[in-house]
Design a protein around this ligand. Structure first.
Ligand SMILES: [Zn+2]
Ligand SMILES: [Zn+2]
Length: 186
């Protein structure tokens, strides 16, 4: 309940996604033998969607993008993978409810009723756990940067081995292939 409140504070409000994300993250950490709500240096979490549940997962697991322990991957799915980088054990936790088409009359359920229902439902009934194997590049692990290069095209710094080589020169992704932005020249 305290973890749910914290996740709600971080997110801005306690919505359905925060309720489910909190339960998912607690289940994931407990299955990994870790303590929900406490930072664990062995833990790296991949979240598959940039919606509410991921804020709860971030809050409960105490992982962060800046510490390289939270990896958002844009699959658009209500699921997250928990990796122990010491043992290489990994599990993927899938939200079964969010992945079910027929949600019945849950739209009439208030947030208080949802919190109550989820608290009284075993996690095994809400989520599916899959054992998985995750290969994490050394550049993507927490710790000091291993590779820092300067792009031959734009002169900007590229960290963590995210550069590309062409003709023996290093390029950033924007210069090498495609970019999410376009420069506007006037
Ligand atoms: Zn929300
Ligand atoms: Zn560049």
């Amino acid at each position: 309940m305290e973890l749910l409140k914290k996740a709600g504070d971080f997110h801005g409000d306690i919505c359905g996604g925060i309720v489910m994300g909190t339960k998912l993250a607690i289940y994931g950490m407990e299955t990994m033998g870790m303590t929900p709500g406490e930072k664990d240096k062995r833990l790296i979490v991949f979240t598959e969607i940039d919606r509410c549940i991921s804020d709860a997962i971030l809050s409960v697991t105490r992982t962060s993008i800046g510490k390289k322990s939270l990896k958002p991957v844009g699959y658009g799915k209500f699921a997250a993978t928990f990796v122990n980088i010491d043992t290489e054990e990994a599990i993927r936790v899938v939200d079964l409810g969010a992945n079910k088409k027929d949600t019945g009359n849950k739209e009439e359920e208030t947030i208080e009723e949802l919190i109550e229902r989820i608290a009284n439902t075993p996690a095994e009934d809400l989520f599916r756990i899959q054992k998985v194997s995750v290969k994490i590049d050394a550049n993507d692990l927490p710790g000091k940067p291993l590779e820092i290069v300067t792009c031959t095209g734009c002169g900007e710094v590229v960290m963590d081995g995210k550069h590309h080589l062409r003709g023996g020169n290093a390029y950033c992704t924007s210069c090498f292939s495609e970019s999410y932005y376009e420069l506007i020249t006037e």
